[in-house]
Design a protein around this ligand. Structure first.
Ligand SMILES: [Zn+2]
Length: 142
């Protein structure tokens, strides 16, 4: 195996590990679904589905890569490179959806909006970044 192939495989392994780590978080989150708003529970389930779809694509990438390097990838059909490229594209799409869902969950869980203009502000902000209205952080005791 040449070094670029090895590097690629290591990168794939890292990414797969990161996705698996995320899946564990999502499962822990699923345990808390009871009592959460229905749409939040739905987002968490979407998250779990997307992450497991990424994982299965990563393992198929690994398998394709292995077959390609051992010379066992069947000739005549789709090339292994093309297959890997298309799988990476599918993973990329899902990673975008995952980050969108994570952002929405973040807003749901810690969202603070200015009562005057609706601008989202951070915990500890003394003034609204949108309209400058002084803010009292209602969640200070948390
Ligand atoms: Zn404001």
């Amino acid at each position: 195996m040449d070094s670029s192939v090895k590097r690629f495989l290591y990168e794939m392994a890292d990414r797969a590990a990161a996705v698996a780590e995320g899946a564990k978080d999502a499962v822990t989150g699923a345990g808390r679904i009871v009592g959460e708003k229905k749409d939040e529970a739905k987002l968490r389930l979407d998250l779990m589905r997307l992450r497991s779809e990424c994982e299965s694509r990563f393992s198929e990438i690994g398998r394709t890569f292995y077959l390609m390097n051992s010379g066992d990838w069947p000739r005549g059909g789709e090339s292994a490179e093309h297959r890997i490229e298309s799988l990476l594209g599918q993973v990329g799409e899902r990673e975008m959806q995952i980050s969108d869902i994570l952002h929405r969950l973040e807003l749901m869980n810690g969202r603070r909006e200015c009562p005057s203009c609706g601008t989202v502000y951070s915990e500890g902000d003394a003034f609204c970044p949108g309209c400058g209205r002084p803010l009292k952080d209602a969640d200070k005791d948390s």
